[in-house]
Design a binder for this molecule. Structure first.
Ligand SMILES: C[S@@+](CC[C@H](N)C(=O)[O-])C[C@H]1O[C@@H](n2cnc3c(N)ncnc32)[C@H](O)[C@@H]1O
Length: 287
């Protein structure tokens, strides 16, 4: 079987299994197997796969057909240009979250006093903390997660990015693991925000493979924003900000939550699909 035939056959199988988009998935799996950039497959369409390669591809395609996420099969994802290992232990970083990272490092770079300090609340794979540590080499970064497994993965990812010692990883619930005197210029978070009852309706790749603790935002999906609005101020420096990502249709309710706790909402930023995705807020001077 040639490379082109393997792509066509795999794409046909994946289409039957409801994997979208089937051709891109088939190409990505084959490129991963052959250890070549996906585009290079196009220069190798006539190459004949060996029997072990064909067998190995069949296994990868079967796994994807069972709706295991592509990123779990390939083992990593690119986040802000950095390779992040992924597994069942933590949410697969999403492209939209790169916007949050960008807003965060732009703000940290403008903090008058250096080194700036940032907290990543619910770090998962560590993608946000790692992107901030790389972009802002003088900043002190702290990353918290409730999941021991996610935190271990985040620490591995930081080591892999040569960031040993640059990020303080803390295990615990919300702000609990912080010293009472801890103060940050920025608290950044992509918290769990799916309403509990909606989790069952998500794509199998998310529902069955992302950890539930990374998805479940409580009955209306907004529990973590309430917590941040009520508690984050205690850990912010006077000119500090909070930046959060949220899901479709949540901008209005989240704005209300922060405003009712005396925060000034500075900006609601849309993603590349023009969906409101990030909220930037600071404590009201009167609070
Ligand atoms: C949506 S994931 C985001 C992961 C990562 N920041 C990203 O953007 O890909 C939310 C993370 O918050 C963590 N988490 C959930 N509840 C938490 C809590 N009470 N305290 C700290 N972290 C929590 C989960 O374990 C998960 O890793």
């Amino acid at each position: 079987m040639t490379v082109l035939e393997a792509i066509q056959k795999s794409a046909g199988f994946l289409a039957q299994k409801g994997v979208e988009p089937p051709r891109l998935n088939a190409e990505s799996l084959l490129a991963h197997l052959l250890k070549m950039p996906r585009m290079k497959l196009y220069l190798n369409f006539d190459r004949v796969l060996t029997v072990p390669e064909t067998d190995a591809l069949r296994e990868l395609v079967k796994r994807r057909g069972r709706r295991e996420p592509l990123q779990h099969i390939t083992g990593s994802v690119s986040f802000c240009g950095h390779e992040i290992s992924v597994s069942r232990q933590a949410l697969v970083p999403r492209p939209e979250t790169e916007l949050l990272a960008e807003a965060a490092w732009q703000f940290l770079a403008t903090c008058g006093h250096q080194p700036a300090a940032a907290l990543d609340f619910g770090t998962g794979t560590g993608c946000l903390a790692i992107a901030l540590a790389i972009k802002c080499p003088d900043a002190r970064i702290t990353a918290i997660d409730l999941s021991t497994d996610a935190l271990a993965l985040a620490q591995q990812n930081a080591l892999h990015s040569q960031l040993a010692g640059r990020i303080d990883f803390l295990l615990g619930d919300g702000f609990a693991p912080l010293a009472t005197a801890a103060r940050f210029d920025l608290i950044v978070s992509n918290p769990p925000y799916i309403p509990s009852a909606e989790i069952e309706t998500l794509q199998p790749e998310v529902r069955d493979f992302d950890p539930r603790a990374a998805l479940d935002g409580g009955a209306d999906g907004l529990d973590f924003y309430r917590r941040l609005a009520a508690e984050a101020r205690l850990f912010l420096k006077p000119d500090g900000k909070v930046m959060v990502e949220f899901g479709d249709g949540q901008a209005g309710p989240i704005k209300e939550i922060f405003e009712s706790e005396k925060w000034v909402v500075e900006k609601v930023q849309a993603d590349y699909s023009q969906r409101a995705r990030i909220l930037i807020t600071k404590p009201s001077p009167a609070s």
